[in-house]
Write a protein that binds this ligand. Structure first.
Ligand code: CTP
Ligand code: MG
Length: 244
């Protein structure tokens, strides 16, 4: 994982140096291949351990990251016609610092929604769902995996807030990077658009809660997958023109 991180940092630095779009695309293909290869190895290893481990880790991961999903989604709702965080100012490279897509209203409304909805979910899970699971021996065995229990018990109002605000800070970092690559607001960048907010939430969350490598990998793997599947469905339902 450390190696993957180093390679990713190195690739982003490279991407920043190159101005040509094709070099950026090539860099992303390289990152994708490295990520997929490492996921494949980890998945093989995890499957050799137990099938249920994967399912449990997907459920626990989705539950943990939900405040980040909510804050990122609600930012769109609150941010419509809002005031840009960068106040319309440019960076040293004469491109916008963040762009019009990052607003004060979106940031505050998104963080608040992530916290309120995330906390409600946490309340329901700890008071209704977990007690009923504990009565059922099969599920109890799954949850007794110590690392999952550690993760679940490290969740609190503070970590839910950290995940919500972390997601939008990651989203700001993503836009900052896109503006440095001279990309206009809304121009798609594969993986950066889908992962900036989860990485922001996980990196900030790392200082406040416990989660293992499997949870980290599951979240970063399922987020682009969910994004892709939901877009394909939206395309089939004729809600969206392109299937991506
Ligand atoms: N949004 C906002 N404030 C934020 C985050 C998002 O107002 N802090 C709103 C904006 O209306 C934005 C929309 O949510 O257009 C979608 O967010 P996103 O895809 O992250 O922004 P883009 O418009 O695609 O801009 P960028 O190229 O910077 O990602
Ligand atoms: Mg976008």
């Amino acid at each position: 994982m450390v190696i993957v991180n180093k390679v990713m940092c190195w690739c982003s630095l490279m991407a920043l140096k190159f101005k040509k779009r094709s070099s950026v695309i090539a860099t992303y293909i390289l990152i994708t291949i490295i990520l997929l290869a490492s996921y494949y190895l980890i998945a093989l290893y995890a499957f050799a351990l137990t099938h249920t481990l994967i399912i449990t880790s997907i459920i626990v991961s989705l539950y943990i990251i939900s405040p980040a999903y909510v804050s990122n989604g609600f930012a769109v709702l609150f941010g419509r016609n809002g005031h840009p965080i960068d106040g319309g100012r440019n960076f040293f490279d004469n491109n916008r610092i963040l762009g019009d897509g990052k607003t004060i209203e979106g940031f505050i409304g998104g963080t608040a929604s992530g916290f309120i909805i995330g906390y409600s979910l946490y309340f329901i899970v700890t008071n209704i769902i977990l007690p009923s699971l504990i009565e059922n021996q099969t599920y109890l065995n799954l949850l007794q995996q110590q690392s999952f229990l550690d993760t679940l018990s490290s969740i609190s109002y503070l970590t839910i807030f950290v995940l919500s605000i972390g997601a939008l800070l990651g989203d700001l970092m993503g836009s900052f990077l896109k503006r440095r690559l001279k990309l206009d607001r809304g121009e798609p960048v594969l993986f950066l658009d889908q992962l900036d907010f989860v990485l922001g939430a996980l990196i900030l969350g790392f200082f406040f809660m416990k989660f293992n490598l499997l949870i980290f990998l599951t979240i970063t793997f399922i987020t682009p997958a969910i994004h892709f599947i939901s877009n394909v469905i939206a395309n089939l339902l004729h809600l969206k023109k392109e299937p991506w």
